[in-house]
Write a protein that binds this ligand. Structure first.
Ligand code: PLP
Length: 441
């Protein structure tokens, strides 16, 4: 682990002191706060490239892209400049009933990039909100067309679409969220990507329930939060065809898979499908600012056109929709992804990562590795009774300067698109040691 450059701000504060202040004031999501401070959390002070620096100047390779958002690395000079330029103009103005040039420019740029026909973009701030919007849009789509009885959604087992009540409903159980079951609306649930027969089962569900579906929602190609469950592009294509042939809108949640992570700009492209509605988030700003978007094809969007103040209007919107600062960064980010050839680079880096992880997969403590592009899940195989291997392996990796975070006993590896070959080798070597250390305990 190399110490980073010295920092003078907050001089005298140790990481432990920051952790104490953190615990006293901040409530962290998906985190048990009673043990948080004792779990040696990394308290980040700054970032540069693919590294994070903590309050003691220690550096960590950000091998999870700060929970799957960072694409170009941290504090990218070009992206910083785009942010500064927009900051000089304006940070935010409302998109409700009015516009801003940054949001328009971004929508125009994305229009050329997304595999959605004549798209319109409804902006929000988080992935869950983009999913929530997609669900409501599809619900009202039928209402606007005068069709009743289409109030259900088809969703897959092991799915994760976010934590708002609607996105939680289309998501499957787990992650400690089962207590919210009484709040979830019922959905038509069919098998996830861990079932090789997920497509025929989904088609059977479409045959039985298709008449009452408002939409079908999937994470194309990779079910990320399920522990990187992967399927084949051809399978997704068969499913999409079955949904769309029945006139049911297909929602592709590309919050995690979008912006190069699978080795294509969008997973839907790899599958050769054109969703009716798409959800974008996470990497849309390169991991800089909270921004998400629900993308609607013209066939959906046009059903909402009607009289002023009339019932066809989509009565939904967020305060920060189309935030100008976030949109300007997102526009520049998309340009940089193309200018730097990062999608191809991600595909090549994904291959390299796959090869580098061969020694990890060979370990007796590893059950399997699932991967598509840079989205990787290393499933551990703990002996009966061995608790929290995922956590222990990640803690050992963090001590060696590689930031990882598990999903149960699956160690997620999802580096930025800017990851170098050398850094990929570092991740793999660190993982071997971390797993061996944990298994030997
Ligand atoms: C596929 C998918 N959809 C939606 C979300 C929710 O996004 P957010 O955490 O930004 O609300 C996530 C987050 O991990 C995700 O992986």
């Amino acid at each position: 682990m190399e110490p980073g450059p010295h920092h003078h701000q907050n001089a005298g504060s140790t990481a432990a002191e920051w952790a104490r202040r953190d615990t006293a004031a901040v409530w962290h999501g998906f985190t048990q706060m009673s043990v948080y401070a004792d779990s040696t959390p990394v308290i980040v002070e700054r970032g540069e490239g693919n590294y994070l620096y903590d309050t003691d100047g220690r550096r960590y390779l950000d091998a999870i892209s700060s929970l799957w958002v960072t694409t170009l690395g941290h504090a990218d000079p070009d992206l910083n400049q785009a942010a500064r330029r927009q900051l000089e103009r304006i940070s935010h103005s409302t998109l409700l009933g009015n516009g801003n040039t940054a949001a328009i420019t971004l929508a125009e740029a994305l229009r050329e990039a997304v595999p959605v026909t004549e798209p319109h973009f409804l902006f929000a701030s988080d992935g869950a909100a983009a999913v929530e919007q997609a669900l409501k849009i599809c619900f009202q789509f039928w209402h606007n067309r005068g069709v009743g009885g289409r109030t259900a959604y088809l969703a897959l087992g092991r799915a994760y679409h976010g934590d708002s009540v609607g996105s939680l409903s289309v998501g499957d159980g787990g992650f400690g969220t089962d207590l919210f079951d009484p709040l979830r609306f019922p959905v038509v649930r069919t098998a996830g990507y861990d079932d090789p027969d997920w497509v025929p089962k989904a088609v059977a569900a479409l045959d039985e329930h298709g008449h009452r579906l408002a939409a079908a929602v999937i994470e194309p190609l990779v079910q990320g939060a399920a522990g990187m469950l992967v399927t084949e592009p051809a399978q997704v294509a068969v499913f999409a065809e079955a949904v769309q042939a029945r006139g049911i809108p297909l929602i592709c949640d590309e919050v995690a898979t979008g912006f190069g992570r699978t080795g294509a700009l969008f997973a839907s492209e790899l599958c050769g499908i054109r969703p009716d509605v798409m959800c974008l988030g996470k990497g849309i700003t390169g991991g800089y600012l909270p921004l998400s978007a629900t993308v609607a094809a013209s066939g959906i969007y046009e059903a909402f056109l009607g009289e002023d103040l009339g019932p066809r209007t989509f009565y939904h919107g967020h305060s920060y929709s189309g935030n100008a600062l976030a949109c300007a960064v997102a526009t520049r980010h998309l340009e940089l992804v193309f200018e730097r050839g990062l999608v191809d680079r991600a595909a090549a880096a994904g291959e390299r990562l796959g090869a580098a992880l061969a020694p990890v997969e060979a370990l007796p403590a590893v059950k399997e590795i699932r991967r598509r592009g840079l989205m990787t899940g290393v499933e551990l195989d703990p002996p009966p009774g061995a608790a929290r291997w995922g956590r222990k392996v990640c803690a050992a990796a963090v001590r060696s300067g590689v930031l990882l975070r598990p999903l149960g006993d699956v160690v997620v590896v999802m580096p930025p698109l800017s990851i170098t070959d050398q850094e990929i080798d570092t991740i793999a070597a660190t993982l071997v040691s971390a797993i061996e250390e944990t298994a030997a305990e």
